[in-house]
Design a protein around this ligand. Structure first.
Ligand SMILES: Nc1ncnc2c1ncn2[C@@H]1O[C@H](COP(=O)(O)OP(=O)(O)O)[C@@H](O)[C@H]1O
Ligand SMILES: [Mg+2]
Length: 259
């Protein structure tokens, strides 16, 4: 594998999502918590980014704010060319539906629908016809072709999460967000799901942002962004699990020393 110098690699890429001086404050007075403290970060097209950091460092908050699932206190968020702060609720719902895919720790499949019906459900609700060729390539990549008529209860946890990944990919969103997508899976099923996410970036040009606390999961990404106390404190390209673990250890010592 050849490595491209970072400057070259970024010169030609487009930003899929951008947070600028993004802050999120919960509560007030004694219960005030600064969950995000002026975070600025770009997520580039066709790049797989992992967000890591200790528990409570703001990972989920950052993902939810950038994905338009949660409001923020100050700063700005852009998905493509659209500023989220300028949107009314209805427009935000539409943007989430049309431009963003989500994968959560809980698979959130509808038990009465087949795998295929679950995969196309968001598009059916939106009244959009799936691009057949794209859908076929997603389904074959995820290896679910012989399970499409099964209901979630007839599938293993790993297979259910693969359905959830296919559902997120089906509408060909501009960006996919995952919050601990492998959190409920054993390491083998987790590795499969992470492999598919990585392939969707490599082979289909998808953009993926994944929150995780697992260095092995983060090593599937192209880039890892480290959060501590609501701030970005480090960044790593072409990560290995060992390198990620090493940075996390340093973060933990830092947190202990400063608290
Ligand atoms: N709804 C909420 N109300 C008050 N505080 C919250 C809420 N959600 C998160 N927090 C606080 O914000 C900080 C960041 O939380 P979170 O983004 O969930 O961290 P992570 O995902 O990294 O574990 C934590 O201190 C957490 O307790
Ligand atoms: Mg979290």
């Amino acid at each position: 594998m050849t490595t491209t110098p970072l400057a070259d690699r970024h010169a030609t890429t487009t930003v899929a999502a951008r947070a600028t001086e993004l802050s999120k404050i919960y509560g007030q007075g004694e219960t005030r918590v600064v969950a995000l403290d002026q975070v600025s970060v770009d997520f580039r097209q066709a790049e797989f980014t992992a967000i890591m950091g200790p528990s409570g460092s703001g990972k989920s908050t950052l993902m939810h704010c950038v994905a338009g699932l949660d409001s923020f206190s100050s700063g700005s968020v852009r998905i493509g060319d659209t500023e989220l702060g300028s949107l009314k609720d209805k427009q935000l719902t539409k943007l989430r539906r049309d431009k963003i895919g989500f994968i959560f720790q809980a698979f959130n499949l509808l038990p009465t629908l087949t795998a295929l019906e679950n995969i196309t459900l968001p598009m059916d609700i939106a009244g959009r016809r799936p691009d057949k060729q794209w859908l076929d390539s997603v389904i074959s990549m995820i290896g679910l072709a012989d399970r499409l008529t099964h209901r979630p209860s007839q599938l293993s946890g790993g297979q259910q999460q693969r359905v959830a990944v296919a559902r997120a990919l089906a509408s060909r969103p501009d960006i996919i967000f995952g919050d601990e997508p492998t959190g409920n899976l054993d390491s083998r099923a987790g590795a499969e799901v992470l492999g598919f996410l990585r392939n969707s970036v490599r082979e289909l040009g998808q953009t993926v942002v994944m929150v995780t606390h697992d260095p092995v999961a983060a090593a599937y990404a192209d880039r890892v962004v480290f959060l501590a106390d609501g701030r970005i404190v480090d960044e790593l390209y072409d990560p290995t699990a060992d390198a990620v673990l090493d940075r996390m250890k340093r973060l933990d010592t830092r947190t202990v020393r400063t608290s």
